[in-house]
Ligand binder design. Structure first.
Ligand code: ATP
Ligand code: MG
Length: 652
């Protein structure tokens, strides 16, 4: 019996890099070959040389990789450095007056911070943290809106060697309390509230509630006054940001830490279950953060880089707060939402700040596609030279729209596959080298040893889908799950007895050596003995003109083993039962024609949106429950809009 996963979707469009892009790219064919060769012949030397070349160390290291306690790998073990020094201080001599952050608020007002401004803000806050008794190794929760102060807070923690853990501002008091307790945090840095889509949202009251229910380790709370709404301040515990930094010096000598000192903890998005407290290192993390901004985003001194991710996600850590700053780049930060005041907002921000490199999630692209191509055409997007996506597989149809309408048919698209645990891009195109295929994240980066294996751990060649795994350790890999070494080993290494890091996604290779992510391993369907990933069936549905988004899951079936249930969002909602029934028929036939009768959904349900995590990922785990007719219990704390579930309870 075969244990592989079948690939049924064929995508043949290929987009090689243009000569013009190639000519200016940092990584060209020759450089790529050189990096790959070096990684193959001298793996540890490859990473060690790059670590010395790209980062500033206060103490050089003598050990590149320590694998004596595998799978608890350590990199650059006896080296010392400071992440904030690397992101700020070392640029000051040449870039004092260069913009580090261009901030656009929800209401459209803007602020800019030069590298000198960033330095001063971060130092004042670092001094305030020290004054409040925060020491190296203490955990600090950051619960903030998407404003520059969130980055100041991250950098200030890094500067004093405190370990930050950001909790996304949209999370409830309960979710916040759980994370505070798991991390054993000493301080919370928050804001009175924030602005989103023209509305004022509260934040501080959730901190109060979380700390009433628990979180006893927290000694102090710093509150940035963003909205100036009335909030309760608990005497002896709470202090405003302005009071905390009053009189503080704009100089702080960065505390050098060991390369393995934890830089931050970040809880995963919770698509597949209880979030895990992912622990990242300082040296290894920063190296891959820096390198991938240089390699994959091809960032250069005059670029303006906008990554739309909130700092509450790993993407906001590596591609907002640490990577681009470590390279001395100018970043855009945006407080608002893509649809306010209208669905042209992203394109207006790109135009107004002359954004050159733009990075967002497939969920945002699909949502904006729904509003058509005329809206983006009203804006001058001519400065864009490179586009990126992350978070989920991108359906080929969405890729083509992004490429043609936003990228003028000219900008390469880097579809970046990685995870909270990997710290930085792992499988992604090098835009001056790689021929792109819509829906494929293409090839592993130099030094990343990715493979696809079956359940026995046998390597699969092209065509067969299986478990995506990484063989050799890499510098920015997760060090452990906070407070839970056993869960770390069990989750990522136990399956193949420590031989591989097990990603949790399924994938297959094509004849050109490109990787295609097929979905989560937990979501693989087994239909009449055929094992199918979710991605291809979903992409077939999305390629129908009436469909905006789709998610498929399996439900037990007496004969077939599993039946396919599809959850579909249409661009125009249907109200009549007859119309819905006709659409169900049409979509079933469509899938049969696109990828074959085996993938034909047995049932299709419609709703106005899919249940997603707050980072925009589809939660198939919940849809599986609905398809089975189960009562939905379990962890829905990371769900964006719980009311969506009710719509899908109805069958057609
Ligand atoms: P949890 O681990 O708690 O379930 P999560 O996996 O959603 O949460 P993240 O670490 O933010 O949390 O997401 C990483 C996952 O996102 C990957 O394992 C993969 O499934 C998906 N992903 C990210 N980027 C891509 C991409 N470019 N193509 C396909 N899938 C992607
Ligand atoms: Mg995950």
């Amino acid at each position: 019996m075969s244990h592989t996963i079948e690939s049924i979707l064929t995508e043949n469009r290929v987009f090689p890099p243009s000569e013009a892009f190639k000519a200016q790219a940092t990584i060209n064919d020759a450089k790529y070959q050189e990096l790959k060769d070096k990684a193959e012949t001298d793996y540890v030397g490859f990473w060690s040389d790059l670590a010395r070349e790209k980062l500033s160390w206060s103490k050089d290291f003598s050990v590149g990789l320590d694998d004596s306690k595998a799978p608890f790998y350590k990199w650059f073990t006896d080296g010392e450095l400071n992440a904030s020094y690397n992101c700020i201080d070392r640029h000051l001599e040449e870039k004092e007056y260069k913009n580090a952050i261009i901030f656009e608020a929800d209401d459209g007002s803007t602020e800019t911070y030069t590298y000198k401004d960033l330095h001063d803000e971060v130092c004042r806050l670092a001094n305030a943290l020290v004054a409040k008794g925060v020491e190296k190794g203490d955990r600090v929760i950051i619960y903030m809106p998407m404003i520059p102060q969130a980055v100041f807070a991250m950098q200030a923690c890094a500067r004093i060697g405190a370990i930050h853990s950001i909790v996304f501002g949209g999370f409830s008091a309960e979710a916040l309390k759980d994370r505070i307790e798991d991390a054993g945090a000493k301080m919370v840095i928050t804001a009175d509230g924030g602005f989103r889509g023209g509305k004022t949202v509260a934040l501080k009251n959730a901190v109060d509630e979380a700390l009433e229910k628990g979180g006893r380790s927290v000694e102090s709370v710093i509150v940035y006054e963003r909205t100036k709404q009335a909030v309760k301040m608990k005497a002896g515990r709470d202090i405003t940001w302005n009071d905390a930094i009053a009189g503080m010096s704009n100089y702080h000598h960065a505390v050098m830490v060991n390369a393995e000192h934890p830089l931050f903890l970040l809880y995963t998005s919770g698509s597949t279950g209880k979030p895990k407290g992912i622990q990242h290192s300082t040296g290894g993390y920063l190296l891959n953060a820096h390198l991938t901004n240089e390699w994959v985003f091809d960032l250069k001194n005059d670029d303006v880089f906008w990554c739309t991710a909130d700092v509450g996600w790993i993407t906001g850590h590596t591609y907002v707060a640490y990577g681009p700053l470590s390279m001395g780049m100018t970043i855009v930060m945006f407080e608002g939402v893509p649809t306010y005041p209208d669905a042209g907002r992203f394109w207006k921000v790109c135009q107004d700040h002359a954004v050159t490199v733009f990075y967002t999630a497939p969920t945002a692209i699909r949502a904006l596609m729904k509003f058509g191509s005329d809206l983006p055409k009203q804006y001058d997007l001519s400065k864009l030279r490179l586009l990126g996506t992350v978070g989920e597989p991108i359906n080929p149809e969405a890729w083509i729209w992004y490429h043609d309408v936003i990228g003028r048919g000219e900008c390469p698209i880097v579809d970046t596959w990685w995870q909270t645990e990997t710290g930085a891009h792992m499988i992604a195109p090098l835009p001056g080298v790689t021929a792109l295929k819509p829906g494929s994240c293409t090839k592993p980066l130099p030094g990343i040893d990715a493979h696809i294996v079956d359940e026995e751990g046998t390597e699969l060649t092209h065509g067969e889908g299986g478990y995506l795994v990484i063989r050799k350790p890499w510098p920015s890999m997760v060090r452990t799950i906070w407070n839970d070494d056993a869960r770390f080993v069990e989750t990522y290494f136990a399956m193949f007895k420590n031989k591989y890091y097990v990603v949790g996604d399924s994938a297959h290779l094509d004849t050109d050596g490109n990787f295609w992510i097929m979905g989560r391993i937990d979501d693989v369907l087994n239909v009449s003995g055929h094992r199918l990933g979710t991605m291809e069936i979903e992409s077939a549905l999305v390629s129908h003109p009436a469909v905006v988004e789709a998610a498929v899951v399996g439900r037990p079936h007496d004969v077939k083993g599993e039946a396919i249930a599809a959850f579909v969002v249409l661009s125009n909602n249907l109200n009549e039962a007859a119309e819905k029934a006709a659409m169900v028929q049409e979509l079933r036939e469509w899938v049969a024609k696109e990828i074959g009768p085996i993938a034909k959904p047995d049932e299709i349900r419609f709703g106005t949106n899919l249940p997603k995590t707050r980072s925009g990922k589809i939660m198939r785990r919940l849809l599986r429950g609905i398809a089975k007719g189960e009562d939905l219990c379990g962890d829905t704390s990371t769900l964006e809009d719980p009311t969506i579930l009710a719509q899908f309870m109805e069958k057609h």
